[in-house]
Design a protein around this ligand. Structure first.
Ligand SMILES: Nc1nc2c(ncn2[C@@H]2O[C@H](COP(=O)(O)OP(=O)(O)O)[C@@H](O)[C@H]2O)c(=O)[nH]1
Ligand SMILES: [Mg+2]
Length: 287
C-alpha cells in the first residue's frame, strides 16, 4: 500500500511541477528555494544583533513600477510614525518593467529598505525567501497594494499572546467592499479549504504577522509555490499547533485583480488537491 502510494506521489509531484511545487523541503539556509535570492547580500545576523529591527516587513513585488514609489514611501513613513525599529524587504522576481530599478533606488534612498531580487516570477517563492531573510522577532507579510499600519499595531499587540495573526475578510466584524465576484470566490475558496483540510481559520490570504521563532520551522516544511504558498503556510501552521488569531479587516480593492480568475481558479483547485495528497503522504510516511 505504501509503495503504491509512494509511486503515485512521484507521479503527482511530477505533474505538480507545472504548478511549481518544490520537490524537496527547503534547507536551513534556504538553498533549495526556487529562484534563489541574493541572501549573501544580507548582513550577518550574529554581527547585527544590536541593530536588529523589531519588525520585518516582507513585500513581494512584481511589475509594480507605477505603484511602488508612492506605496513604499507611504509604508516607510507609516512605520516611522509607529516608532519602532523595522526593515522592509522588497522581494522582486521576474518583473519585466522598471520595478527592480525602482526598488534598488528606494533601497539607496531609504535606510531599512532592502531588495531581494531573482529571475523567475513566483509570488510564493518571493515571500518564502523574504521571510527566511528576515532578522526581526516579528514578521509581517504585506502586498504592495494592500497593507495597513493600524493592522501592524494591532497584530503586534496580539503577537504577545498568539503565534500568528491574520487580517481576515471573513471574521465577524469584517467589511468586504470588493466586487461581488471576488467576495463569492473568497467564500467558495474558504468552503473548499474547510472541506479538504478542516482548518479552523477562515482566511489564508492577505496581511499576516508571525512570531519569527514559531513560523521558521513551518516555512521550512512548505512545498507549494506561487499563490498556494501562503495557504499551505497557514494550514501547516495550524496543524503544527501554532496559535492563530484572525482580526476582522475592512477591505476595499485598491485595484482590480491583475491575474485571470479563469486561469487562477482551476490552478488553485488542482494545487489544493495536490497539497491535500502531499499532507496525506507525509502523515502516512510518519505513521
Ligand atoms: N515577487 C513577486 N511578487 C508578486 C508576483 N505576483 C504578484 N506579486 C505581488 O504580490 C502582491 C499581490 O499581487 P496582486 O497582483 O495585487 O494580486 P491579487 O491582489 O491577488 O490580485 C503585490 O504586491 C504584487 O506585486 C510574483 O510573481 N512575484
Ligand atoms: Mg492586489
Amino acid at each position: 500500500m505504501l509503495e503504491f502510494a509512494l509511486g503515485w506521489s512521484v507521479l503527482i509531484i511530477k505533474a505538480g511541477c507545472t504548478l511549481h511545487i518544490m520537490k524537496a523541503p527547503i534547507t536551513d539556509s534556504g538553498t533549495a528555494v526556487r529562484n534563489t535570492m541574493n541572501l549573501n547580500e544580507l548582513p550577518d545576523i550574529e554581527q547585527e544583533k544590536e541593530t536588529r529591527p523589531k519588525v520585518s516587513i516582507v513585500v513581494p513585488i512584481y511589475n509594480e513600477e507605477s505603484l511602488l514609489p508612492s506605496a513604499a514611501s507611504d509604508l516607510y513613513e507609516g512605520l516611522q510614525e509607529a516608532g519602532m525599529a523595522f526593515e522592509i524587504i522588497l522581494c522582486e522576481n521576474g518583473s519585466t518593467d522598471r520595478t527592480l530599478e525602482i526598488a534598488n533606488s528606494l533601497a539607496d534612498e531609504f535606510d531599512y529598505i532592502r531588495v531581494l531580487p531573482s529571475e523567475r516570477p513566483d509570488y510564493g517563492g518571493a515571500i518564502r525567501a523574504g521571510m527566511l531573510a528576515t532578522r526581526a522577532p516579528y514578521i509581517f507579510v504585506f502586498d504592495i497594494d494592500y497593507f495597513s499600519v493600524p493592522f501592524l499595531r494591532e497584530a503586534l499587540a496580539s503577537l504577545k499572546e498568539y503565534d500568528a495573526v491574520i487580517a481576515s475578510k471573513l471574521a465577524p466584524g469584517a467589511e468586504d467592499n470588493r466586487s461581488l465576484l471576488r467576495r463569492v470566490i473568497t467564500q467558495g475558496f474558504n468552503l473548499f479549504l474547510k472541506a479538504l483540510f478542516n482548518i479552523k481559520v477562515k482566511e489564508t490570504h492577505g496581511m499576516k504577522a508571525f512570531r519569527r521563532k514559531k513560523i521558521m520551522p513551518v516555512i521550512r516544511c512548505t512545498r507549494m509555490a506561487k499563490d498556494l504558498f501562503d495557504t499551505e503556510l497557514i494550514i501547516r501552521a495550524e496543524r503544527s499547533g501554532l496559535t492563530i488569531k484572525e482580526v476582522p479587516i475592512a477591505i476595499e480593492e485598491k485595484r482590480p485583480t491583475r491575474s485571470s480568475l479563469l486561469k487562477r481558479i482551476p490552478r488553485t483547485v488542482v494545487g489544493l488537491l495536490i497539497l491535500r495528497y502531499l499532507l496525506w503522504m507525509e502523515h502516512l510516511v510518519r505513521g
